[in-house]
Design a protein around this ligand. Structure first.
Ligand SMILES: [Zn+2]
Length: 294
């Protein structure tokens, strides 16, 4: 896509992907424009990115640059606790461990945690680099491929999409495909950044997830993600936001240091997180939906 195309005055608003009503243009960074729905607030990149651009974001360079080649036991306390919470929540929703597919499994940390908790878990990831690391640092099975490549029989009890759905150019089609991979009462669990969270509201166009290098096509709130789930044949089971600012940052501390060594700050952080989450203003949005249509 050329700069000429993206900056053309002939830019026109398409109807909202989610509800079909009219949209307006909200962010126009170089080559990267969004439409925001005047009715439901859903935001989607327009025009949609070239799928070839997407390949670049999580290619070899991404996995080489970020020292992601550490296994589950080498993760810091914050990351471990996030993974454990997710496994625990799914085990509760499913009434025990079952068969699980993690789409966009990356280096396999979540799949490994699921296996340790008794799940029969498999991951799939389009990045060959991620799959190579998974083979090295986990015993988890992570296949190289895309959601479209998955064929399964019998069906899964749970499919997880951690920071994946916002990258798809047709998220409804992706969720419908997942509905077809699930057992009749199977669940899908999704996490992504909350566009109606406090950070996005305060920062406006400067919210980090509008940056091109994140490759986020869609920006969901608790209500728009719930709408999409329903359209794709799921009934929402849980919708939750969490996480706010890292209060320790002002003192040069990372979240793990705050938690380990600073009791007062740690309690303040927990209170701030709980307050933001309770108001739907947290930065991280997690929803779980149960398959409701055959
Ligand atoms: Zn809409």
């Amino acid at each position: 896509m050329s700069e000429m195309t993206s900056q053309s005055p002939a830019w026109s608003a398409a109807p909202c992907y989610l509800c079909g009503r009219s949209t307006h243009h909200v962010v126009a960074n170089a080559g990267y424009s969004f439409q925001s729905c005047v009715s439901c607030g859903f935001r989607m990149q327009h025009p949609l990115p070239d799928p070839a651009d997407d390949e670049g974001i999580y290619g070899d360079e991404f996995y080489a640059d970020r020292s992601l080649d550490r296994g589950l036991d080498a993760q810091d306390a914050v990351n471990r606790s996030l993974i454990d919470q997710r496994v625990h929540q799914l085990t509760e929703v499913n009434g025990g461990p079952g068969a699980l597919l993690d789409v966009g499994a990356g280096t396999g940390l979540f799949v490994e945690a699921c296996v340790r908790a008794g799940w029969q878990a498999t991951g799939i990831d389009p990045s060959a680099a991620a799959v190579r690391i998974a083979e090295k640092v986990t015993s988890a099975k992570v296949l190289h491929g895309r959601l479209e490549d998955v064929v399964v029989e019998p069906k899964y009890d749970a499919v997880t999409l951690w920071d994946v759905l916002e990258h798809l150019s047709d998220p409804r089609a992706g969720l419908r495909r997942i509905a077809g991979l699930l057992a009749p009462h199977g669940v899908v669990a999704i996490s992504l950044p909350n566009v109606s969270g406090l950070k996005s509201r305060l920062l406006g166009k400067r919210w980090r997830y509008y940056r091109r290098d994140f490759g986020h096509v869609s920006h969901f709130s608790p209500s728009t993600l719930t709408m999409l789930l329903v359209q794709a044949g799921f009934a929402p089971v849980a919708v939750r936001t969490s996480g706010l600012f890292n209060l320790g940052k002002a003192f040069g501390l990372n979240p793990a240091e705050v938690r380990a060594d600073h009791r007062l700050l740690s309690r303040m952080q927990a209170a701030a997180d709980a307050a933001a989450g309770g108001m739907g203003l947290g930065e991280d949005l997690v929803v779980v939906g149960r398959r409701s249509s055959p």
